[in-house]
Ligand binder design. Structure first.
Ligand SMILES: [Ca+2]
Ligand SMILES: [Ca+2]
Length: 114
């Protein structure tokens, strides 16, 4: 019985962990705060998800009126010129193709000097 509970618990931890690694989904907030962006349907998402090249509002309103030169606060420009949402950086996955989203400079230096 104890072993069984332990196995169940482990599965739960793995499931929760992978849902974090699986980027962001089901990200509508139950409460809108000053850190929220209000979508066209009046639901809220975190401001960090605005202009990150990924439609998080159902109507895509978080990706309207965004810079198209990769200069947005929630965007990251790879060394090879590719543009990513910032949430794709430092996730241990080479999303740029040249690994610049996972480089030491991107993931550590910025936090020391930024
Ligand atoms: Ca977005
Ligand atoms: Ca990445």
């Amino acid at each position: 019985m104890t072993l069984r509970l332990c196995v169940l618990y482990s599965l739960l931890v793995v499931a929760l962990g992978s849902s974090v690694i699986q980027h962001k989904r089901n990200l509508y907030q139950s409460l809108c705060t000053e850190l929220s962006f209000v979508c066209g349907d009046n639901r809220c998402i975190l401001k960090n998800f605005v202009c990150d090249l990924d439609e998080d509002c159902e109507d895509g309103s978080d990706e309207l009126n965004c810079p198209n030169d990769c200069s947005g606060a929630n965007q990251f420009k790879c060394d090879n010129g590719k543009c990513l949402g910032k949430s794709w950086t430092c996730n241990r996955h080479n999303d740029c193709g040249d690994n610049s989203d996972e480089s030491h400079n991107t993931c550590y230096a910025a936090s020391y000097f930024g």
